[in-house]
Write a protein that binds this ligand. Structure first.
Ligand code: GLU
Length: 505
């Protein structure tokens, strides 16, 4: 039975790179008929940010990434928040100490700092490892008796992993194949801290084991930690899960990891939902608040680092579940592409029903105190949605269906509204008043019998009519538009334009 987990640390809003990690875990779990677990890794109390856990849950829920077990829904392997599992980790640190896989270290922060500086002065980097550990203050260098004396005297200590000297450690990665590293290059990471909390490394391995995780799918930034994790499984005598380290999400230019600053610079969010930083009060924009549809965000993220091997780009969550293949995830970082993100949103916006689009529009009308017949709004939505990428554009694009223009675009007027135009517009009114108010009749009377028969410039007359009705030269087919807003409203708008533009010209 496949069991995967998404294991974020609640240190702030969830970056879209993290969302993609959650998504790939979800697609894999669903495809394999497995379980998806949400575990909160909050062992580093100094980085804890209030509200972050709730944010993560809400963001993934918005995107339709569902869990089978987790901090918010419980399950057979709970609790799912590491701070609630605190009492459980000590025994595992003790087991490693007993079996010679770990040791106590008493080095004060100042002593470690001094060491680092000493190495820096020689242009080297200090690492607490098999080559340096005997020169430090720990139970290996001091002896167990002295170490016990210090512990009994209440001296603070940490527990460090003891890497065997000079062995090759191989991580088998489903995306990258075998990744091998020599233990001489790895530092004796702290597993248990003086505050009585495990570090990420210990808690992560213990929990993955106890929660029976079969596949660890996570960001590339964790690849350097993977040899330690493989060794920890060995030290505990547990079977390690399979690993897959996902490629980074890169800046649009391709150089380096996508950051919030890139988003601010280029005008796109790097977080799923808007985030209000509880400390600084700073607000970061979110995909949801910017009007992205969750299906579009999911589809876009799925294709950042993976593709189905065909040209197909639009895929629903169900299709993604069918087509996803972890072995086809790319080793290389995936660039963020803002135009592509907008394209996805536009495509998914077109898939909304006219009713759904109308409900966005009705909200915007409500905010402006405009009430309108529901069926009419649905009709406008159907006619105009192909021009829309984000719901917030609806009002600007459709306002003239609900109210007469309050001003006329100067450039358009200068280009189209020639001094004789009031004569033609008066004629338009006359035509509209006399012919049956339906498409073919208007078309014949206006375009054939008046404009064409008098050798007038169709573009000039029809665009002037458009200026009168819309305020500028944009919009759908002119006759369709007149039929939508109605005869009286059309005539009154043309009348008004004649008066306004005559006096202005
Ligand atoms: N807590 C880690 C993070 O925030 C999880 C890494 C992992 O999945 O092992 O990314």
């Amino acid at each position: 039975m496949v069991r995967v987990r998404f294991a974020p640390s609640p240190t702030g809003p969830l970056h879209i790179g993290g969302v993609r990690t959650a998504l790939y875990n979800y697609l894999f779990a669903r495809q394999q008929g497995g379980k998806m677990i949400l575990r909160i890794e909050d062992t580093d109390q100094t980085r804890f940010v209030p509200g972050a856990e709730q944010y993560i849950i809400e963001a993934l829920d918005w995107l339709g990434i569902k869990f089978d077990e987790g901090v918010h829904i419980g399950g057979p392997c709970g609790p799912y928040r590491q701070s609630d599992r605190k009492s459980l980790y000590r025994q595992y640190a003790d087991q490693l100490l007993r079996d010679g896989w770990a040791y106590y270290a008493f080095d004060k922060p100042e002593a470690l700092d001094a060491k680092r500086k000493e190495y820096e002065a020689q242009k080297k980097t200090f690492q607490y490892d098999c080559t340096t550990r005997m020169g430090m203050e720990n139970s290996l260098s001091l002896g167990m008796e002295e170490a016990q004396r210090r512990i009994d005297a209440g001296e603070p200590y940490v527990v460090r992993f003891k890497f065997p000297e000079n062995i090759d450690i191989t991580v088998h990665d489903l995306i990258r194949g075998d990744v091998t590293m020599n233990s001489r290059l790895l530092d004796d990471k702290v597993l248990f801290k003086s505050d009585g909390m495990p570090t990420y490394h210990l808690a992560n391995i213990v929990d993955d084991h106890l929660m029976e995780i079969t596949h660890v799918i996570r960001g590339e930034e964790w690849l350097p930690s993977a040899p330690l994790h493989v060794m920890l499984y060995k030290a505990f005598g547990w079977q390690a899960p399979q690993f897959a380290h996902l490629p980074l999400l890169l800046k649009p230019e391709g150089n380096g990891k996508l950051s919030k600053r890139d988003g601010d610079r280029l005008g796109f969010p790097v977080f799923p939902l808007e985030w209000h930083d509880p400390k600084s009060g700073e607000v970061s924009s979110g995909y949801r608040e910017q009007g992205y549809l969750p299906q579009a965000v999911v589809n876009m993220l799925a294709l950042m680092g993976w593709n189905p091997g065909t040209e197909q780009e639009l895929m629903s969550m169900d299709e993604l579940i069918k087509l996803f293949n972890i072995e086809h995830v790319s080793k290389n970082g995936a660039r963020f592409n803002l135009e592509k993100a907008k394209w996805f949103n536009h495509e998914y916006f077109q898939m909304l029903s006219d009713e759904q689009v109308a409900s966005y529009l009705e909200k915007q009308l409500g905010e402006r105190g405009i009430s309108s017949d529901h069926n009419y709004v649905v009709k406008v939505a159907g006619l105009m949605k192909e021009r829309i990428t984000f719901p917030c554009e609806l009002w600007d694009t459709c306002s003239y269906f609900f109210q007469a223009p309050t001003e006329y675009n100067e450039k358009d007027v200068a280009k189209r509204w020639t001094p004789d135009m009031h004569i033609h517009m008066a004629k338009v009114i006359e035509i509209l008043e006399t012919v049956p108010f339906e498409h073919d009749a208007i078309h014949k009377a206006l375009l054939d019998d008046y404009i064409a028969a008098n050798g007038l410039n169709t573009g000039k007359v029809m665009n002037s009519l458009r200026i009168a009705v819309v305020g500028r030269t944009v919009g759908p087919d002119m006759i369709t538009l007149m039929l939508m807003i109605g005869k009286d409203e059309t005539i009154s708008r043309v009348q008004r334009a004649i008066e306004k533009l005559k006096t202005e010209n």
